[in-house]
Design a protein around this ligand. Structure first.
Ligand SMILES: Nc1ncnc2c1ncn2[C@@H]1O[C@H](COP(=O)(O)OP(=O)(O)OP(=O)(O)O)[C@@H](O)[C@H]1O
Ligand SMILES: O=P(O)(O)O[C@H]1[C@H](O)[C@@H](O)[C@H](OP(=O)(O)O)[C@@H](OP(=O)(O)O)[C@H]1O
Ligand SMILES: [Mg+2]
Ligand SMILES: [Mg+2]
Length: 339
């Protein structure tokens, strides 16, 4: 972190939401970012950059034509790019620059790029307390041979309908092309590797739980409608469906049945977030949670995304800048206590 006496003047001296303890010198925090142009557009909105500047945080684009080590110096590196080459560059940089916080470690992120390993920790946590139970839908991975799917589905005793999702999430639109199958035979039309997941009726509403370090923010999103099991036979086939829950329009203001709209209990989400942060070793992700329709406390995690669309999270500019400052403040305090 760079000490900077004159980076804030005039009205910019205001201490936004009290994030900077007054006893600390004024900081200038440099955040290098390596993001796709789509992500830059959705995340680095003027309201984020403006607030960040007022708080002494500067976002600087990482130049891919130049070696990372020759850029900066950075306090934090924020990134969401795929590819092994980039992962190696970052690992090498982390080794040589342990003083820089890389958000997040590439190995840990990799865990979320496979829909099987992504949900493993949720299943292992097996969270169940007086506030509710959180699990994952029953699922099956098919790596090859689509003709064997009907048999595999029957052996695994998966109940129809079934959601089919590409196994690997690699940032392409194709990895988000999902299908809903009303009969197991139609699944043999799909291209493995795929994950087959039991569809859980949830009243057409999904909870997106955004995590930014210690902060948690939940929003409601529209989702797929319930499927009447009696309709299965009539509708046999496999149907591609669009990215319903990703739409910018939120379900916050919709006139919903209170039993469906009620948010999951805060203590339950806090326990889940704390455990997942620790087990995944990640600080920036979101969790898609649904509540089984007709129950009050039976929850399923269906998806976890690394560095999701924070631009759609209300108040993200405050939450994110507070988080960035908290990272260097704790580092600064540790350094002071070591001197
Ligand atoms: N097991 C399930 N039961 C019921 N609905 C599901 C299930 N899995 C997925 N869905 C529906 O499909 C949508 C997309 O699924 P999922 O979130 O796994 O895909 P994704 O492409 O990774 O989405 P994102 O855009 O959040 O990354 C969910 O938002 C939900 O509406
Ligand atoms: O915030 P939610 O509704 O979960 O949806 C996000 C997806 O989960 C992310 O995968 C998208 O980011 P990438 O396009 O960088 O993968 C992300 O893209 P965005 O950052 O351009 O909005 C979103 O589509
Ligand atoms: Mg999702
Ligand atoms: Mg996803």
């Amino acid at each position: 972190m760079r000490l900077n006496e004159d980076c804030r003047n005039g009205e910019e001296k205001e201490n936004d939401r009290g994030s900077l303890p007054l006893s600390l010198p004024q900081l200038k925090l440099v955040v290098g970012y390596a993001l796709t142009s789509k992500k830059v557009k959705s995340f680095l909105q003027p309201k984020l950059e403006g607030l960040a500047r007022r708080k002494g945080i500067l976002f600087v684009a990482i130049d891919h034509q130049k070696p990372l080590a020759e850029q900066g110096p950075f306090d934090i590196v924020l990134h969401k790019l795929t590819g092994e080459a980039w992962g190696r560059i970052l690992e090498d940089y982390r080794e040589k620059h342990p003083e820089v916080t890389v958000l997040d470690p590439p190995d840990a992120i990799q865990h979320l790029y496979n829909r099987q390993s992504m949900l493993k920790d949720v299943a292992d946590i097996n969270l169940c307390d007086s506030y509710g139970k959180i699990g994952v839908p029953k699922q099956l991975v098919i790596t090859k041979d689509s003709s064997a799917i009907p048999d595999a589905v029957s052996k695994a005793e998966l109940t129809l309908p079934i959601v089919a999702k590409p196994l690997v999430v690699d940032g392409t639109a194709k990895s988000h092309e999902l299908s809903l199958a009303y009969d197991a035979f139609s699944l043999s039309k799909l291209d493995p590797p795929i994950v087959l997941q039991e569809f859980v009726n949830h009243g057409g509403l999904l909870f997106k739980v955004y995590i930014v370090g210690e902060a948690i923010k939940v929003v409601r999103r529209f989702s797929l409608p319930d499927v009447d099991k009696r309709e299965l036979r009539k509708n046999a086939g496999v149907y591609r469906f669009p990215r319903v829950s990703c739409a910018a329009a939120s379900a916050e203001d919709a006139n919903l049945d209170p039993g469906i709209a009620e948010l999951p209990p805060r203590p339950l989400l806090e326990r889940l977030a704390k455990e997942l942060r620790r087990r995944l070793g990640l600080r920036l992700f979101n969790i898609d949670i649904i509540r089984e329709h007709g129950t009050r406390d039976r929850y399923y995690v269906i998806d976890i995304n690394y560095f999701p669309g924070y631009g759609k999270m209300p108040g993200y500019e405050h939450i994110f800048t507070d988080f960035l400052l908290s990272l260097v403040q704790s580092k600064y305090k540790r350094r002071l206590s070591n001197t």
